[in-house]
Design a protein around this ligand. Structure first.
Ligand code: CTP
Ligand code: MG
Length: 403
């Protein structure tokens, strides 16, 4: 039975909901990617702006239910992984084996050695476009199941090849395509793997789990979670990213006795901007532009000015929040462009420092960040030096449409 993408009740385990369960995730990335025909093992190939393995790793690292992430890699892949995951932290690296099954077992044994966990999600690095909705669905299903896997229906007619002649036609209504992550009660999966060590033909963990007598619930899979395997997956997919833009605008009043912060850089000026936070008008416009790329509301929705905790807050917090918000949707930032409107101070001497600081906040190269400034020819509130205005635009890439 296929389960819709909303929580379901089934109870082979009679378990009560335990949100305190400790859930670990294992990403297996120790393969050679031979069928892909690529020079590089496919998990390190760049897709939609980042290495394949980085997409799912980011989703697990950002998900609050995942207590620890284990990444299994092959011999001599350490340097490839470090460059693929540059800037990320809080994961453990495990040596893989000759088969996928062995790689998973190595991951499970490392978890066991570290003290174990309650439940575990096993995921192929070769399926980059994992989202939080899928992780949520699997975690919820596990509360009442021994195991849970995402599956999709089969749309083509499926036949057996009888030595190049048409063999039997299978009943596709009964067939499903199986994906990862696959989610299990940890102790049960570890025992299943240990018991079936010699069976090296299993292409996934659910088969082993079922072979030792456990039940696996089916949940509705996601077409975006398809596995990258053959050369066509890479050429065709490279062109399948969607580009989105967002814009932001902000104004703050200038006043005496205040520090002036623009783009996270302190500027030498006789006046500073007045606001609830540090009033960094440029970072506020940028935050709104970033949120706008994914329809994420505006800065005031997430950080209400009425909330005392944001009093004098450093505005890089708002930008970092927006960056994480976008990442959770599986998108990556391409570039940002900003314009400051003020008669004074002169922005040019600070421009490079501002670009470098913003690039660091967004985790993109400084060449992808542009900051410009203009006067308004003495006109309006900016012309009268009463305040500073800022505009920002941001562009992101993501695989497929926003959900
Ligand atoms: N995998 C692994 N250890 C292995 C073999 C595979 O961790 N010894 C991982 C792969 O890195 C991949 C996942 O298992 O994320 C699914 O395997 P597959 O798609 O077959 O990847 P590869 O084995 O790398 O590809 P190929 O079979 O074409 O060589
Ligand atoms: Mg393989």
């Amino acid at each position: 039975m296929l389960i819709k993408r909303n929580p379901i009740k089934r109870s082979p385990m009679n378990n009560e909901h335990k949100s305190s369960d400790i859930i670990h995730a294992v990403v297996v990335a120790a393969g050679k990617g031979e069928r892909s025909g690529l020079a590089l093992p496919k998990q390190f190939q760049s897709i939609a702006g980042k290495p394949l393995v980085r997409h799912s790793v980011e989703q697990f690292l950002l998900h609050e239910r995942i207590a620890k992430l284990w990444i299994v890699i092959g011999p001599d892949q350490g340097h490839l992984l470090s460059s693929a995951l540059e800037g990320l932290q809080d994961f453990e690296i495990v040596d893989g084996g000759d088969t996928r099954q062995q790689s998973v077992l190595n991951g499970l044994l490392s978890i066991e050695k570290s003290g174990g966990c309650d439940q575990v999600l096993i995921h192929d690095a070769a399926r980059p476009f994992l989202d939080h909705a899928m992780i949520d669905l699997l975690c919820i299903t596990l509360q009442t199941s021994e195991g849970a896997i995402p599956v999709l229906p089969v749309v083509d007619t499926i036949i057996e090849d009888d030595e190049n002649l048409l063999g039997a036609t299978l009943n596709r209504d009964l067939l499903r395509r199986v994906q990862t992550p696959q989610a299990f009660q940890f102790d049960m999966l570890l025992a299943a793997h240990k018991m079936r060590r010699q069976n090296t033909n299993a292409t996934d963990d659910a088969q082993l789990f079922q072979a030792v007598g456990h039940q696996v619930a089916l949940v509705e899979g996601d077409e975006k979670l398809r596995k990258y395997t053959v050369p066509d997956d890479f050429t065709e997919q490279m062109n399948m990213t969607v580009t989105r833009t967002g814009m932001g605008f902000d104004v703050h009043q200038l006043g005496l006795g205040k520090e002036l912060w623009l783009g996270g850089v302190q500027i030498d000026h006789e006046k500073g901007l007045i606001g609830h936070s540090d009033a960094d008008v440029l970072l506020h416009a940028l935050t709104d532009a970033l949120l706008g790329t994914v329809g994420g509301g505006d800065i005031g929705d997430h950080f209400p000015p009425s909330d005392p905790q944001w009093k004098n807050a450093s505005s890089d917090k708002f930008v970092k929040f927006a960056v994480e918000f976008i990442s959770r949707k599986g998108a990556s930032i391409n570039n940002v462009d900003m314009t400051l409107m003020c008669e004074a101070p002169k922005i040019k001497p600070y421009r490079e420092a501002i670009c470098r600081n913003i690039a660091g906040l967004l985790n993109i190269p400084p060449s992808h960040v542009s900051v410009k400034a203009t006067t308004t020819e003495g006109l309006g509130f900016t012309g009268r030096r009463e305040g500073i205005a800022a505009q920002a635009i941001a562009t992101i890439s993501m695989a497929g449409e926003l959900k």
